[in-house]
Design a protein around this ligand. Structure first.
Ligand SMILES: Cc1cc2nc3c(=O)[nH]c(=O)nc-3n(C[C@H](O)[C@H](O)[C@H](O)COP(=O)(O)OP(=O)(O)OC[C@H]3O[C@@H](n4cnc5c(N)ncnc54)[C@H](O)[C@@H]3O)c2cc1C
Length: 383
């Protein structure tokens, strides 16, 4: 089905980015996956070419476009399986915090170089003892004169080794009731004494991403590094969830399509009992069902993108999309892998890594159980 989301400018942007990604990104994916980290040079090239922050305001060096431009970048990177480049996190999730809550001085100092690819961003919410229950974070940033002194440990942080600036979720008021009112977002530059990068974690999938531990040991930052208003951190996090979850749905449905297309090509080539695997009714029914679901998912995601660009309030619908599409991706990669037979289990066949990469989609950016709680609440089921 023709996707109605894109105007002529979007189509030109996609064509240009696809050429860029084929030349500058695709040849590096295998190396990044082997090393467990992407290279900074490619980030700089992405920034210089205008592909980090195409939806950010021009006055900070952005493209001045809408979220559809971001979505195009995320889709194209998913299509070439460049998961190592966490552009969706850097551009789609972290930058909006700087834009919406940062002071003019913070935007100049951090957003501008983030857009140009010089300053790589991360956001540190999760801790070893808490993930879904964000109000329970234990990292503290306590005032000492004109500074905050930060102590605590974060884990599973994307861009953890590469990042230059971390948006840290920390308690600035330990006595606040309810506890989430004591949470603030603090900007921590990676060269601050007391900021320590821990292990780059060994993962099942997304092997090219530098998901890491981070530690804050009496790390001092000026009070001016608070993002927005002290004590409003939790509210800011909640407000950004819509785009954060939409970003996952956009990438996830694009990954579904990649896995499906590769499987369709494979079953036409591979023969058993004198005919292509594609000729078996089981193959046809399986792929027909999956292709239908990918179309349905894409239509839903596209409608959400359009409504998000209009500025609609969609937290429930985006939660529906995040949980439904990522469950589809897990089911789809499992069924497609089966159609590859033994080759599907071999890492040299991308369907094997697609299967492993899909597993995390229902976990990060809010688990799918948390998505269902949000949906249930909207249905009036929690009272
Ligand atoms: C590859 C990767 C990258 C990540 N990147 C980042 C990052 O950049 N920054 C960051 O801050 N974090 C990041 N995370 C962390 C991620 O957001 C958390 O793992 C996620 O929020 C879940 O938290 P948890 O792991 O502590 O699980 P827990 O919260 O301990 O949950 C365990 C299980 O209990 C379920 N559960 C919890 N509460 C409820 C409830 N109320 N009702 C029903 N079920 C419930 C969960 O759904 C889950 O199935 C990343 C994680 C991974 C794996």
């Amino acid at each position: 089905m023709k996707r109605e989301l894109f105007g002529e400018e979007h189509a030109l942007f996609r064509a240009a980015f696809r050429r860029f990604a084929q030349a500058e990104v695709a040849p590096k994916v295998a190396e990044w996956n082997a090393r467990g980290i992407s290279d900074r040079e490619t980030w700089r090239k992405l920034g210089q070419a205008g592909y980090l922050g195409p939806a950010m305001p021009e006055r900070y060096g952005g493209g001045g476009g809408d979220f559809v431009y971001d979505a195009i970048v995320f889709e194209e990177l998913a299509d070439i399986r460049a998961h190592a480049l966490q552009s969706s996190l850097h551009t789609g999730i972290c930058m909006p915090y700087l834009l919406h809550y940062g002071s003019e001085e913070q935007r100049e100092r951090f957003l501008r170089p983030a857009i140009s690819g010089e300053c790589l961003l991360a956001i540190a919410m999760t801790e070893p003892s808490t993930g879904s229950d964000l109000a329970a974070v234990q990292t503290r940033a306590l005032r000492d004169g004109d500074e905050y002194v930060i102590d605590g440990a974060k884990t599973f942080i994307s861009n953890g080794q590469n990042c230059d600036l971390v948006i840290v979720v920390a308690k600035t008021d330990l006595r606040a009731v309810p506890a989430h009112r004591g949470i603030s977002l603090i900007l921590v530059e990676a060269d601050r004494p007391g900021f320590v990068r821990g292990r780059k974690l060994d993962k099942l999938g997304l092997r090219g991403q530098d998901t890491s531990e981070l530690f804050f040991e009496q790390c001092r930052v000026p009070v001016a590094n608070v993002l927005g208003v002290e004590g409003q951190g939790f509210a800011y996090l909640m407000r950004q969830l819509q785009q954060e979850r939409l970003v996952i749905a956009v990438s996830s449905i694009a990954s579904c399509r990649r896995s499906l297309d590769d499987t369709i090509a494979y079953v036409k080539e591979r023969h058993a009992f004198g005919k292509p695997i594609a000729a078996f009714q089981n193959t046809q029914f399986t792929l027909a069902e999956l292709a239908s679901e990918v179309e349905i998912g894409q239509v839903f995601v596209d409608r959400l993108i359009a409504a998000h660009v209009r500025g609609d309030e969609l937290v429930t619908e985006v939660s529906m999309a995040k949980q439904w599409v990522t469950e589809l991706q897990k089911r789809l990669t499992s069924k497609c892998l089966q159609l590859f037979g033994g080759y599907g289990f071999m890492n040299e066949y991308p369907i094997a890594t697609d299967y492993a990469d899909a597993a995390v989609q229902s976990i990060y950016a809010g688990t799918n159980e948390i998505m269902k709680l949000i949906i249930a609440r909207k249905l009036g089921l929690d009272s």
